[in-house]
Design a protein around this ligand. Structure first.
Ligand SMILES: [Zn+2]
Length: 338
């Protein structure tokens, strides 16, 4: 927990120090006058924090509304968090992912709001609650082999009363979407502080280069594999699957807390046998009991595939890039990739 809290705190302290020495008296306007003069950015959950801290480094104090290790989907806001929203220079969220935050933003009316759903290509949710796979022109220039065509049976899961609205919110698990989020965050920060706009743009460009390297690693790493299907705890990896031509078999639907029906468990076991699945994936913030039960019956392995809805203390890395690389390693091992 300390790890995730330390970085913004240090950035804040360093910036405050610079301002004190450079500006002397400082300005007296606004709440907290005389203290930190950086931009107060509030984000809904971890991947948006990673982007805001990378793009705004040195000029922002980022507050993540989801506590480390907590479940991002079920976010509830305290009165103090509600009040902080109204004071923020920028709020970044994905409309539809955390309804409590969406509603609070309407109430608090922050100065600047970036809704990530307006800057990435959101995929619709099927009537049964699963991720609608889109095979549009965006894949036309990829170097992959022919895209696989998932059958409805493979992508189906029991309806689970998810609370996402009409779109699958898990866009951050496709690194190319993170590039769009980085660029939009740089624009939004630049509007909040025009003097630093060029710096934010440059920071977004270097983050983009790291994200592009990550994307290339996924393309290369998942190119030649024994199978494309993978079994996950909840269906968070639809965008990742679309990007790299995989087929996700979610034990649960788009929401992690709903318990799967016995019929869904039996269906997952049937699909696992049919596709020669070796590994049932679970995630650090959700009990692995169901994944272990499914794996145990079939004598399969279990392993972590991290949906990065938070950066838990048990995460296999210190940031988005490291955890995504760990996800790639786990997927390659499970799917027999050369
Ligand atoms: Zn999720």
């Amino acid at each position: 927990m300390l790890r995730t809290l330390r970085r913004p705190a240090l950035a804040l302290a360093a910036s405050a120090l610079l301002l004190t020495t450079a500006c002397g008296g400082g300005t007296e306007s606004g709440p907290g006058a005389g203290a930190y003069d950086g931009l107060d950015v509030i984000v809904g959950f971890y991947p948006l924090q990673f982007v805001a801290e990378s793009v705004g480094v040195g000029d922002v104090a980022v507050t993540n509304m989801t506590q480390p290790g907590a479940e991002a989907h079920d976010l509830e806001l305290t009165p103090r968090q509600m009040a902080a929203l109204g004071e923020a220079d920028l709020v970044v969220h994905i409309k539809g992912f955390q309804p409590a935050l969406d509603e609070a933003i309407v109430q608090a009316k922050p100065k600047n709001v970036l809704d990530v759903a307006t800057v990435v290509d959101m995929h619709e949710i099927n009537p049964d609650g699963s991720h609608a796979h889109e095979h549009t022109d965006e894949h036309a220039d990829d170097e992959h082999a022919e895209p696989t065509t998932p059958t409805p049976a493979e992508t189906h899961h029991a309806g689970d009363g998810h609370d996402h609205g009409d779109f699958d919110p898990h866009v951050w698990l496709d690194p190319t979407n993170m590039v769009k989020i980085a660029e939009a965050t740089a624009t939004a920060l630049g509007q909040a502080r025009p003097d630093e706009a060029a710096k934010f743009t440059a920071n977004a460009a270097s983050l983009t280069s790291e994200l592009t390297t990550l994307d290339e690693s996924f393309v290369a790493g998942l190119k030649t594999c024994e199978r494309t299907e993978f079994v996950t705890s909840h269906a968070a990896f639809g965008y990742l699957a679309d990007r790299y031509h995989l087929t996700e078999i979610g034990i649960r639907g788009l929401s992690p807390e709903a318990e799967p029906s016995p019929a869904r468990v039996a269906e997952v076991q049937r699909l696992a046998r049919e596709h020669g699945i070796t590994t049932v994936f679970y995630e650090t913030t959700v009990s692995p009991a169901v994944a272990e039960a499914i794996a145990g019956d079939l004598r399969l392995k279990t392993d972590v595939l991290d949906p990065l809805e938070g950066l838990s203390p048990e995460a296999r890395g210190d940031n988005y890039l490291e955890v995504m690389n760990a996800n790639l390693t786990a997927l390659k091992a499970a799917n027999g990739c050369s």
